[in-house]
Design a protein around this ligand. Structure first.
Ligand code: SF4
Ligand code: SF4
Length: 280
């Protein structure tokens, strides 16, 4: 079962929740697809067994063969290529390249343009007790984490495992890629106007994807909030409320898992998991 933990923005407690779920379940995989800023390892402290380079093809132009016809630059939707015929110069801006292959497809001159592998990130695989740990880490400056996220999901996950996936934050392509194959999505939010706004945006995505969904409210101050009203309005249950506590925040800043900073929460997370399993 693929359980994704998502939120409309960073800093709401997504990693806190996903690592707690993995530590409660025990025999499972924790997958950090927050590839621009993976930090689940801080709480799980896994032993890393291997690190794999993740590469994508980018063009390399041989100026001795190139006729400087500019067809490749015209085909590039990302302005990653500049051809300067008077100077007989071909320039690639690798950080803009999305490895779409269009330039190689349109080049009419054999031998002028070939594709070479460029590392865009790393995949780290390890273990913490019974928990298998998989993490994507995008290199600084890369325009999109989507290929790395898709590569991990397609090639490194065993869909027969119990998977807790720490999805990318936000509401753009990386989070959609992280949620596409999920069986259930847990949305983490905060009881603030900003939290509610981002929750609404993320709910639009999960509804579009047709996913079963539940909400966890982090930093709950007690009583009702706009999240309760919205939950009833869209018929998405609130699975759990984690209380606001300075002790939890201090422990979080030191990389101490929630199971240690809030004794008694394990039973609540276990009950939450049983509720999610019933929905499968
Ligand atoms: S399309 Fe091929 S030949 Fe034309 S400018 Fe690009 S690399 Fe050179
Ligand atoms: S692979 Fe695509 S994005 Fe990259 S330079 Fe070629 S056309 Fe542009």
């Amino acid at each position: 079962m693929y359980i994704a933990v998502a939120s409309g923005k960073g800093g709401t407690g997504k990693t806190l929740v996903s690592t707690t779920l993995a530590l409660c379940a025990g025999d499972c995989s924790y997958v950090d697809l927050d590839v621009e800023e993976p930090n689940g390892f801080i709480f799980l402290q896994p032993e890393i067994e291997k690190e794999i380079r993740f590469t994508l093809p980018i063009p390399e132009i041989d100026e001795a063969v190139c006729t400087f016809c500019e067809k490749c630059a015209a085909a590039c939707a990302y302005n990653a290529l500049a051809i300067i015929p008077p100077l007989k110069k071909a320039m690639l801006f690798p950080d803009l390249c999305h490895s779409c292959g269009a330039c190689a497809y349109v080049c009419p001159t054999p031998g002028a343009l070939k594709e070479v592998d460029k590392e865009i990130g790393r995949i780290r695989i390890g273990r913490k007790g019974k928990i298998k740990f998989i993490e994507g880490r995008l290199n600084v400056g890369r325009p999109s984490g989507v290929p790395l996220i898709g590569g991990i999901i397609n090639d490194y996950l065993n869909m027969d495992d119990l998977l807790f996936v720490d999805a990318s934050p936000g509401t753009s392509c990386p989070v959609v890629e992280s949620l596409k194959k999920s069986d259930y999505v847990i949305l983490v939010t905060e009881p603030t106007p900003f939290g509610l706004n981002d929750l609404k945006l993320t709910v639009e995505i999960v509804k579009e994807l047709g996913k079963k969904t539940g909400i966890i409210v982090n930093k709950d101050m007690g009583g009702r909030s706009g999240i309760d009203d919205f939950s009833e309005e869209v018929h998405i249950p609130i699975l759990l409320k984690i209380p606001y506590s300075l002790d939890i925040q201090k422990a979080y800043s030191r990389g101490i898992p929630l199971l240690e900073s809030l004794p008694g929460i394990k039973e609540k997370f276990t009950a939450l998991l049983n509720r999610v399993f019933e929905k499968k």
